[in-house]
Design a protein around this ligand. Structure first.
Ligand SMILES: [Fe+2]
Ligand SMILES: [Fe+2]
Length: 257
């Protein structure tokens, strides 16, 4: 199974949204043949109606099944009321073939900080109990600090409890965004992956616009980062689910950042 993980599109009519980059990224994305496309939030910048309309229109260019959760920017200015209208439930369990995907809203209206809370923790446990061979959890904010993303802020407030539930349930894969920097790290039997930004101009240093291709087999998870401006794919993480070994090239951090 192949999941394309994209994040932080930031559709808006100001300086955030790079429409040319979006169109270029969609061309690359449509070529890779993903079974499922997960968008981990920040589809808009101010949560405005016009931005939601633009995001809805732009996402139509992506071929394939899309599931998405809101980010902190989508919940601004009553945007939290628009999200379900445009994109459906903000927290859900989506089953697809051998996968149960738990998508969670980690945002609260007009706050940049993230939080999941007990109800959404229960949803993680519910997803894990479905006895599908694989459970994936996805939300917007980061669960642990992301290197090269500046001073730490906005990590989910209940990160300790959330991490505990994820590790106890041996969730193999967690997908996040928010920091506009790609990163991945394995903790015990769980691979935590942050996507960079798909089409926002607010990139960091030499981290440009990127998205991730995640190939899942019965015995392995492979993360490949797609550098959109360079149109280049780079295998970054190979996680062996049988013996727990993880080869991690860690997203260019050995190169100039
Ligand atoms: Fe963002
Ligand atoms: Fe965000």
């Amino acid at each position: 199974m192949r999941i394309a993980h994209i994040s932080d599109i930031h559709c808006n009519f100001g300086s955030d949204f790079n429409e040319k980059m979006f169109d270029r990224a969609v061309k690359l994305l449509n070529k890779i043949g993903a079974d499922l496309i997960f968008v981990s939030g920040d589809l808009t910048t101010e949560g405005l109606l016009t931005e939601y309309e633009l995001a809805k229109e732009k996402l139509k260019k992506i071929t394939g099944e899309i599931i998405l959760v809101p980010g902190n920017h989508d919940e601004r200015n009553l945007g939290y009321k628009l999200f379900p209208e445009f994109f459906g439930e903000s927290s859900f369990i989506h089953t697809y073939k051998d996968l149960s995907f738990v998508g969670l809203s980690s945002s609260e209206p007009d706050k940049d900080d993230g939080r999941l809370g007990r109800e959404r923790h229960k949803l993680i446990e519910e997803g894990a109990s479905l006895e599908k061979p694989l459970t994936v959890v996805g939300f917007h904010h980061h669960l642990i600090p992301v290197p090269n993303s500046g001073r730490e802020k906005n990590i989910i407030e209940d990160a300790g409890e959330t991490l505990d539930i994820i590790l106890k349930n041996e969730i193999p894969l967690v997908l996040m965004g928010h920091r506009h920097v790609p990163y991945g790290v394995k903790i015990h039997k769980t691979l935590l992956v942050n996507a960079g930004t798909f089409s926002c101009n607010r990139t960091r240093a030499h981290f440009g616009n990127t998205f991730n291709i995640i190939d899942i087999k019965s015995d392995s998870i492979t993360v490949t980062m797609v550098d959109i401006p360079k149109q280049k794919q780079e295998k970054t993480i190979q996680f062996n689910l049988n013996d727990g070994r993880c080869v991690n090239r860690n997203y260019n951090t050995n190169e100039k950042i």
